[in-house]
Design a protein around this ligand. Structure first.
Ligand code: IPE
Ligand code: IPE
Ligand code: MG
Length: 246
């Protein structure tokens, strides 16, 4: 039986998030410059977006650029931003044809004007699509997101809009970039690194973590299927006992 057929379509994660890592090392292994790795990484993006939509996953979130990634060499940052614009222009048709809604989380105002406006345009054009929500994390940092949320909530308390007692998890959720997304069920990180790197700290509270040594530009639909099968063979107990679940 091939991998795809081993996936139970009634037990799919509702929200898959991916830390797409290893582009630089992929390029280095072949004696190429890092940016070639990023270029090839866009092919993997296409693969996972297609595969996720085909299977019926409702939410896919991709970590494309972190708040910390601004510290990289200027040329690499510029190339990544250009690549973003190029990919958005190229993929808009695929998104429309496949009824996929594009969304973005992060400090989008920090993006170069061109990238920001292109992004907003694709978000606007795809806003009524309903098969899957594809969220790009761009200039995203989880701690920044939480700091912003706390500031907004504190301001609301100061202005007597809400009381301290009324602050609960749902209020915090409503002030995050991810307010319209469910919690992450499955978090995948490629390239062998086993860390979170400031991604969705609040939202992964009960996510299943899956690490693979595959470098992002080598990641294919088959690799996603493997991750999903692995996920489906786990028992998610959410604090309960195994007996309580059955
Ligand atoms: C992930 O690949 C892409 C971004 C962080 C933008 P890297 O560029 O981090 O690749 P490695 O980790 O150096 O191999
Ligand atoms: C995390 O990868 C960010 C993205 C994949 C966009 P990094 O390569 O920036 O993470 P660290 O620095 O290895 O933790
Ligand atoms: Mg990296």
């Amino acid at each position: 039986m091939n991998l795809k057929d081993q996936i139970s379509l009634d037990k799919l994660p509702n929200h898959v998030a991916i830390i797409m890592d290893g582009n630089g090392r992929w390029a280095k292994q072949q004696g190429l410059v890092r940016v070639i790795g990023h270029e090839n990484g866009t092919k993997s993006v296409r693969q996972v977006v297609e595969a996720s939509a085909e299977l019926g996953i409702k939410n896919l979130t991709l970590y494309a650029f972190s708040t910390e990634n601004w510290k990289r060499p200027k040329l690499e940052v510029q190339t990544l931003m250009k690549l973003l614009v190029k990919s958005l222009k190229k993929e808009i048709k695929t998104l429309q044809d496949n009824n996929i809604k594009l969304s973005a989380i992060g400090c989008l105002n920090d993006l170069p004007k061109k990238a920001h406006s292109e992004l907003l345009e694709v978000i606007e054009k795809t806003k009524d699509n309903s098969r899957m929500t594809l969220t790009l994390a761009l200039s995203y940092g989880s701690r920044e997101e939480l700091v912003n949320a706390i500031k907004q909530i504190a301001t609301n308390v100061k202005n007597n809009i809400i009381s301290v007692e009324s602050i609960d998890e749902s209020i915090i959720n409503k002030h995050l970039y991810t307010q319209n997304l469910p919690d992450v069920d499955l978090l995948i990180r490629t390239s062998g690194e086993q860390r979170i790197s400031n991604f969705l700290l609040w939202q992964i509270a009960y996510a299943e973590l899956y690490f693979t040594d595959v470098l992002w530009p080598d990641f294919t639909k088959q690799d996603l299927y493997e991750a999903l099968i692995n996920y489906q063979n786990r028992e998610r107990r959410f604090g309960k006992t195994s007996e309580q679940l059955s």
